[in-house]
Design a protein. Structure first.
Length: 654
């Protein structure tokens, strides 16, 4: 009997510890073990906590095989179990907020919100399927809570933190549908404007005419504001029809946006920009966030519809600017970082570097610089030089980057010249000093002749009158012959036909000509087939020699660019059979060049009836002076259109 009692006592002391260690709301405030949602999901007791605190209903969200409805908890754990975000604490750890996304399907995301004081739990799943509905790329929201009967009971702080989360994601994207499951386990459709204005403490607007809305929260749809865009940003925007949808607060003046809100701008019916922040007199004004369709995004201050004040602009292709803005332009003090890690900290004026600053290279090398209207006016220049034979330029070239302080020592700088020496010399003399005359662009180089006598050589450097282009190799086996002339190798790289690493241009073509968009160009099979077999669309969906403006051309931070899948070769033809060339600080060379069989032409481009002058399969390489290397293989064809030569892409990849 004593033995049985002892076993019972031990069981209570040790076996019962699993119950005393269950997660409760206070635990979330005091725990320090987990910094993200992933750690929580790995604990069975956290799963038990969710099981007790979210609705126990079944839904189909496209995360399981077949279309059977599964417990909500099962889908919720999947979206909390992938790449995570940090746990966020607010109001002295009263509110806990964290998020993650589904493994290998990151558009599907999960959000966890906990109010430790009221002991409430709210969950959110961003999903693309719902029960019997078809797939939607809009990524709808399912919000659920066992502690709230209706969506109207959801606290403002939850909506506020979800909006902050939306902004922190790679792109600001609002849901097209919002559904709610509350304590009665019913699925309730929630108007999107209700969700978008859920953190605004105003009464809902009455009626359907937003121009009469006053001191309330509501929405407007398909408002044409083309005249405003032209007046505000210039006549070049008048080629398009501009509309917008707005969700948010209306102020004292009827129909005027004022206070917290959000809008989506549309250009010719297609999404152009999304903004979330503050408004005054129907313009973005105060603190806000905006993302353009190009993928560029800005967070910071606005004034009367402009990026103005301080903020950070991040480019989709990498790099960013943080600092002062004026009417959408860099103006004042700022810091610009390039994708390779180089950095500039200094002054700007009307969008250009202007004044004093510091240039910092990725290797840590730094120096003071001075700019005037974007033009560098500094002693430490990068010299690109051709050797001279008498007064004749030779094919011998070299680059001297005087910013590399480990290699070069700047001895003297005046407005007329720079004197420098290599850091390897122990004693600097006239016999080892290099002199660059900034007026004549002439570099004097100390040297010795065969007998050891001192002599000087000359080189022409930084001749801005023309681009530095040096033919390194002429091999007819790797030079694309077109009639009796040859194609310049560099024209096969960095043009509008080239796919590149970011797919930006081909995403534009995909949208322009097929009317489709891709959320992930790396995995979207239909998009991949489009760009790899682009010749199948030429002459059908894609007109030959057609030009259009991409979505980024209207951005204040991008040039007024144009795109076309037909490349004019007027500046790409030469007499020499060049196979390797140095141009614009890079070496370009062709490592593969083969004819395409005549019978394959109709397979590659079935809708082009015109006869090709030449079709080649090629591999083009780029080696930059800073060590970057890239290559790609494609099949291009040459056409004669009204007496001019044009090149079109037919297939990308091997």
């Amino acid at each position: 009997m004593k033995k049985i009692i002892s076993i019972l006592v031990l069981s209570l002391l040790f076996g019962g510890s699993a119950y005393t260690d269950e997660i409760n709301y206070e635990w979330f405030k005091t725990q320090t073990k987990h910094q993200s949602a992933n750690g929580l999901v790995l604990e069975d007791r956290f799963k038990n906590f969710l099981k007790e605190n979210i609705p126990s209903t079944n839904v189909y969200l496209g995360m399981n095989k077949g279309k059977e409805k599964v417990p909500l908890l099962e889908s919720y754990l999947k979206v909390l179990g992938g790449p995570p975000n940090d746990i966020i604490y607010k109001n002295n750890k009263r509110y806990i907020f964290t998020s993650a996304c589904r493994h290998q399907s990151c558009p599907e995301k999960g959000v966890l919100f906990i109010d430790t004081e009221k002991e409430h739990t709210i969950g959110l799943i961003r999903h693309s399927f719902f029960n019997d509905t078809k797939f939607t790329s809009d990524e709808d929201f399912l919000i659920f809570s066992k502690n709230h009967k209706s969506f109207d009971e959801i606290p403002l702080i939850f909506i506020e933190m979800v909006k902050d989360w939306i902004v922190s994601e790679l792109k600001i994207k609002f849901p097209s549908k919002v559904r709610f499951i509350g304590s009665e386990y019913k699925i309730i459709d929630v108007p999107v404007y209700k969700f978008m204005t859920g953190d605004i403490q105003l009464a809902e607007c009455e009626g359907t005419d937003f121009k009469k809305y006053k001191n309330c929260k509501g929405f407007s749809e398909n408002e044409n504001f083309t005249d405003y865009v032209i007046k505000k940003y210039g006549e070049k925007y008048g080629e398009n029809i501009w509309t917008r949808n707005y969700f948010g607060a209306f102020g004292d003046d009827p129909g005027k946006y004022e206070g917290k809100g959000a809008f989506i701008w549309y250009r010719d019916g297609k999404s152009y920009a999304t903004y979330l922040g503050n408004f005054f007199e129907s313009e973005s004004h105060g603190k806000g966030n905006i993302i353009w369709q190009s993928g560029d995004r800005y967070s910071g201050q606005f004034e009367k519809g402009y990026l103005q004040g301080t903020g950070t602009l991040k480019w989709k292709k990498g790099g960013q600017y943080s600092g002062q803005f004026k009417e959408n332009l860099f103006h004042g003090k700022g810091e610009e970082i390039w994708p390779n890690g180089d950095k500039y900290i200094g002054e700007y004026k009307e969008g250009a570097k202007h004044g004093e600053g510091i240039q910092i290279f990725a290797d840590g090398t730094q120096y003071k610089v001075n700019y005037h209207n974007g033009e560098l006016n500094d002693p430490k220049l990068k010299l690109e030089c051709r050797m001279l034979d008498g007064n004749i330029e030779t094919d011998t070239f070299f680059v001297r980057d005087l910013n590399q302080s480990s290699l070069f020592e700047i001895l003297e700088y005046t407005e007329k010249e720079i004197r420098y020496a290599y850091t390897t010399v122990t004693t600097v003399t006239a016999e080892n000093t290099y002199v660059f005359n900034r007026d004549t662009k002439m570099l004097t180089i100390p040297s010795v002749d065969d007998k050891g006598n001192l002599k000087t050589l000359k080189a022409k450097c930084n001749d801005t009158g023309k681009s530095l282009r040096v033919i390194l190799e002429s091999n007819q086996n790797f030079a694309w012959k077109i009639k009796d002339k040859y194609l310049k190798p560099e024209c096969l790289y960095e043009n509008n036909l080239y796919v590149g690493m970011s797919f930006d241009k081909y995403e534009e073509y995909y949208t322009k000509y097929l009317g489709k968009e891709t959320t992930d160009p790396f995995t979207d099979k239909e998009f991949i087939n489009f760009y790899k077999n682009i010749g199948l669309y030429l002459g059908k969906q894609i007109p030959i020699n057609h030009t259009f403006k991409p979505s980024w051309s209207s951005s204040s931070f991008q040039p007024d660019d144009t795109l076309s899948l037909t490349l004019d070769l007027s500046n790409c033809i030469e007499e020499n059979s060049t196979s390797k060339v140095y141009f614009d600080q890079s070496k370009f060379f062709i490592s593969e060049l083969k004819d395409v069989k005549p019978e394959d032409i109709k397979v590659l481009a079935p809708h082009i009836n015109q006869e090709f002058i030449s079709i080649k399969r090629f591999t083009i390489n780029e080696h930059t002076i800073d060590g970057f290397k890239d290559l790609y293989s494609s099949i291009y064809g040459i056409l004669d259109i009204e007496g001019k030569l044009f090149m079109v892409p037919l297939k990308h990849g091997s």
